[in-house]
Design a protein around this ligand. Sequence first.
Ligand SMILES: [Zn+2]
Length: 315
Amino acid sequence: MDKIIQIETPTPFGIGNANSFLIVGDTLSIVDVGTNFPAAEEAMIQAISEQGYEVTDIEQIILTHHHPDHIGLTDLFTNATVLGHAYNDFFLKRNEAFFEYQARFYLNQLREEGVPSAYNRWIEKMTREVAYMGSKPLTTILKDGDPIPGHPHLRAVETLGHAQSHLMFVNENERYAFGGDLLIQLIASNPLIEPPLDPTMPRPKSQLQYNASLKKLASYELETVFSGHGDAVLNSVELIEQRLNKQQSRAEKVLALIDAPLSAFEITERVFPTKISQQLGLTLSSTIGQLDYLVEQNRLKATLNHEGVLLYERT
Ligand SMILES: [Zn+2]
């Protein structure tokens, strides 16, 4: 049986600390590697040495998703292979073409969402976090269902929504999973709008993906879900039900505010009248999640106007 040790490292973000997990088995692995900044690096080195290891002893990095508080310190583990979803590599490799693609994607999104051009500076903000990411790329691309080398019964399960790279790692025999940011006890994890892995595909409907991923996690009826932040979740089935119900009631509130054809931006202004100017990305993502959900349920329809703005109205 593998031994699991939780390591917490600070982040410069509102979420607080991030978790990594040492897995001591036939292979010495670490799930997620914190943020690339000095305080996290010190905490990581310290925590690993307290367990009697050095960072060079780690043989394998296993990534739950590409956000900076999870892929930051890949370069610290010089002897480790790096395993994760193919999408991580866009950020670890920092390919110029991908950043152009990403900027174009967000610019098109903002236009379609009816966001005034005064907000275009947000695109810069959406790409700035790169400094906190590692730059050691993947050595192994993991797909849904792939076994994790060195850890019998541990498998990758694709769980998109919070991120387009999101995997969880499930051990069905011992009824636990490393859940990344799929399910966090203290806060509801938010499905962010991100460009698709395949540029020819339409914008991923993150909220719908996320709901499906939560249901997938619930179906395992696990005892323990080790989270990317905070304590392990010991009541995952119940917590998932709560999260799904909360999302439904949020969607009802959004629907109640739509009395004419409106853009996603206009609807977001009504949902978050004060928060929108401080937190454009988060508030828009949240509203669009509810809009996608309501369109899927045939309670809203969306049509492009002559300026290329999507307008939502009740069916
Ligand atoms: Zn996170």
